[in-house]
Design a protein around this ligand. Structure first.
Ligand SMILES: Nc1ncnc2c1ncn2[C@@H]1O[C@H](COP(=O)(O)OP(=O)(O)OP(=O)(O)O)[C@@H](O)[C@H]1O
Ligand SMILES: [Mg+2]
Length: 295
């Protein structure tokens, strides 16, 4: 069988090296030092062990790894919903204690308030920081138009598609002007076409707003298409397997999906998160008759 020879994803052209040198010179927005998390119970679960990481201002960091490797735990610690068992997480040098308006969140499950319109959902957070009033309403409308939904300002969540709901959720998160956007599989429940649209929209938003993004996904194409760097975790306990500097040029376009650098990173991710299972290890009994093997 002929296989295409792909470049080494670690070899950086002068342009790519310059891009990452520049990124690393930006101020550190978020740092994680020796972070660990053990859930105590009848049987303790060590969800994360010794995670060390620095995320720079306006970086787009993808977190990827097999199910159960601690991605959401890490996100919940950064959001301030969980406390670490060891180590610290810091935002602009200050240790994270509890939730705060400096972090916006978008999750896979739609989290809009069903009894509020799109506009009211965006206003909800703003009312807590800016207060009620015409100014808040016009700001909410601006954010909705920013995500292309001004026409749906008075629609309720059940009248919106999955992609539209996530656009409202993004507008709501950004309206509070957070430093960091924490996204836990935000497009995981969308069909392939809506998902591709949302990915492009997110890249446009990110290029126009002073925001650092941490984004969890299982989808390898999504990881390579969106990221500056990709943090790959391995399970039991959740540890850093590799931190990949994505060499694919920006701005991104769908044409890049077949470029050698794109495929090279994807192949590496595949290897890291889906180690090959030998036939003897596969947990499936053979239930076919001799002689009727498939290719
Ligand atoms: N509140 C909790 N109490 C006990 N164990 C937990 C709790 N939350 C997570 N865990 C355990 O921690 C480990 C990591 O879970 P986590 O949800 O962070 O994984 P994940 O990488 O986000 O998985 P997925 O890709 O399926 O979303 C799992 O073994 C899980 O059972
Ligand atoms: Mg998760």
């Amino acid at each position: 069988m002929n296989t295409i020879k792909l470049p080494d994803y670690r070899l950086q052209s002068a342009d790519v090296k310059q891009r990452f040198d520049k990124l690393k010179q930006r101020p550190i927005e978020l740092s994680v030092e020796g972070l660990g998390k053990v859930f105590r119970g009848k049987k303790d679960v060590e969800s994360l062990r010794d995670i060390n990481l620095e995320v720079h201002n306006r970086e787009f960091l993808i977190v990827l790894g097999a199910s159960g490797c601690g991605k959401s735990t890490l996100m919940r610690i950064l959001a301030g919903f969980e406390t670490p068992s060891s180590g610290v997480a810091k935002l602009q040098g200050n240790e994270i204690h509890g939730a705060g308006p400096d972090r916006g969140m978008v999750f896979q499950s739609y989290t809009l308030f069903p009894w509020l319109t799109a506009k009211q959902n965006v206003m909800f957070g703003l009312e807590m920081t800016v207060g009620k009033g015409a100014e808040t309403e016009s700001e909410a409308l601006q954010w909705l138009s920013f995500v292309g939904l001004e026409r749906f300002a008075d629609s309720y969540p059940h009248q919106l598609s999955g992609g539209m709901k996530q656009r409202v959720a993004i507008a709501r998160a950004l309206a509070n002007k957070p430093r960091i956007l924490l996204m836990d599989e935000p497009f995981g429940a969308l069909d392939a076409q809506s998902r591709a649209q949302m990915q492009s929209l997110l890249l446009q938003i990110w290029s126009k707003v002073d925001i650092t993004i941490i984004f969890i996904t299982h989808d390898l194409d999504e990881a390579v298409y969106l990221s500056d760097r990709i943090l790959v975790l391995e399970p039991n306990p959740g540890r850093i397997a590799e931190l990949i500097e994505n060499p694919v040029a920006r701005p991104r376009s769908l044409d890049q999906f077949l470029q050698p650098e794109f495929l090279a990173v994807k192949k590496r991710l595949e290897k890291l998160i889906h180690p090959r299972m030998d036939e003897e290890q596969a947990p499936v009994f053979k239930m076919t008759k001799k002689g009727d093997e498939v290719e």
